[in-house]
Design a protein around this ligand. Structure first.
Ligand code: ZN
Ligand code: ZN
Length: 137
């Protein structure tokens, strides 16, 4: 069994330990991810929820995504960092931000989605599969 994925918020009040390999790793250029990240895209690792242990109490805020699903973001009330994303409609997954991992080099993006909302200045790896919106299910 490989090393667990650990990470958390900037101040350390909230951290997680994930004892599984990611189901999916992807970049997303949608407007929500631009707002969340403050730059051109978000980079995400999606894990099975059952493998995740969260330490500390995150606050949450919810927003309906472009695909109609509610996205619930867990964030630290102390430092303001977004720590994870969950989807109440898909309760068995848990999504974390690549840059909040203790070792972000473990992030290996498999595709880019929402390129329709991407910007010229936000260059993505040209070798990755690209989807204008969400990839087909
Ligand atoms: Zn914090
Ligand atoms: Zn997005």
């Amino acid at each position: 069994m490989s090393k667990s994925y650990i990470g958390g918020c900037a101040c350390g009040a909230i951290h997680y330990d994930i004892s599984a390999e990611p189901l999916v790793m992807n970049d997303c250029q949608c407007r929500q991810c631009q707002r969340d990240s403050g730059t051109g895209h978000g980079s995400y690792l999606t894990f099975p929820r059952a493998a995740v242990t969260v330490h500390g109490q995150a606050n949450t805020w919810d927003l309906v995504g472009d695909n109609g699903y509610v996205k619930s973001r867990g964030f630290c009330a102390n430092c303001g960092t977004l720590v994870y994303l969950t989807l109440p409609a898909v309760p068995d997954i848990f999504v974390v931000y690549a840059g909040r991992l203790e070792d972000p080099s473990r992030y290996k993006p498999q595709f880019v989605c929402w390129t329709a909302a991407g910007h010229q200045w936000d260059h993505m790896d040209p070798d990755l599969p690209r989807f204008e919106k969400m990839p087909p299910a």
